[in-house]
Design a protein around this ligand. Structure first.
Ligand code: KIV
Length: 269
């Protein structure tokens, strides 16, 4: 079992600088927070994916700031060591920088240590304002589920040259604005590796290959609950038997050792 003292942002930065992969997992309640924390998960992401896996919606758009605050509070009370990130939901930071500051403050008050927001250069002023006000930010590029309709569905991003160049440029912009972490979703592995090389901050991937600073999975997917709907890059960590705690330990070990994801199964090149 790993060290039980709460992780700090400085420690996460030091892990990254030392080449240690960061194991992130989504989490929505106190019990799973405790189990995942005990398994050695470094970062618990209270994702707005809860709109799909808990609430049964087709996408994340119906999730509200109140929903997020409730689940951030649940997770924050269950964790001991893991760093807690709260997702800013759809339309809670889109109108203005002031709205982003107010929304982030709600999640921080409920126990988030960092907030995550989706989007490219247009979010840079909000990222800068949040960081200046002491609220650490994780950016999110690639497939950004809150823009699923504009993106034409759940599609791999950055496949063409223009899209790839834009993604690298926006990643740099967000890091320069102060983002301390970046989630990269559903991109070619080579592009993700290029972004990770270009940035001083940890790049955490989901469907973005192995040559980056860490991985994140949706808890329910890691536990094999997505069934036939599981995206190709997902691994069912329950498949080798044992209980949930064993599965989450296997997830952490596989991320740390580089055994997950297996890039030969990564179809997005
Ligand atoms: O909401 C979420 O769970 C996420 C992950 C898929 C990265 O943003």
């Amino acid at each position: 079992m790993s060290e039980r003292r709460p992780l700090t942002l400085h420690q996460l930065r030091a892990m990254h600088a030392a080449g240690e992969k960061i194991a992130m997992l989504t989490c929505y309640d106190a019990t799973f927070a405790r189990v995942a924390d005990d398994a050695g998960v470094d970062v618990l992401l209270v994702g707005d994916s809860l709109g799909m896996v808990l609430q049964g919606h087709a996408d994340t758009l119906p999730v509200t700031l109140e929903h997020m605050a409730y689940h951030v509070g649940c997770v924050a009370r269950g964790r001991r060591r893991a760093w807690v990130i709260g997702d800013l939901p759809f339309a809670s930071y889109h109108a203005s920088v002031a709205q982003a500051v107010d929304s982030a403050a709600v999640l921080m008050r409920h126990g988030a240590q960092m907030v995550k927001l989706e989007g490219g250069g247009w979010t840079a002023p909000a990222v800068r304002a949040l960081c200046e006000r002491g609220m650490p930010v994780c950016a999110h590029l690639g497939l950004t589920p809150q823009s699923v309709h504009a993106l034409g569905g759940w599609r791999v991003q950055g496949r063409d040259d223009a899209g790839a160049q834009r993604l690298v440029r926006e990643a740099r912009e967000l890091a320069e604005a102060g983002a301390a972490m970046l989630v990269l979703e559903l991109t070619p592995a080579a592009l993700a590796a290029q972004v990770a090389q270009a940035l001083p901050i940890p790049v955490i991937g989901i469907g973005a290959g192995a040559r980056i600073g860490g991985q994140v999975l949706v808890l329910h997917d890691a536990l094999g609950l997505a069934g036939a709907r599981a995206p190709r890059f997902v691994r069912n960590f329950m498949a080798d038997g044992g209980g949930i705690a064993d599965a989450l330990e296997r997830y952490v070990n596989a991320v740390k050792s580089g055994a997950f994801p297996d890039e030969s199964l990564h179809a997005f090149e």
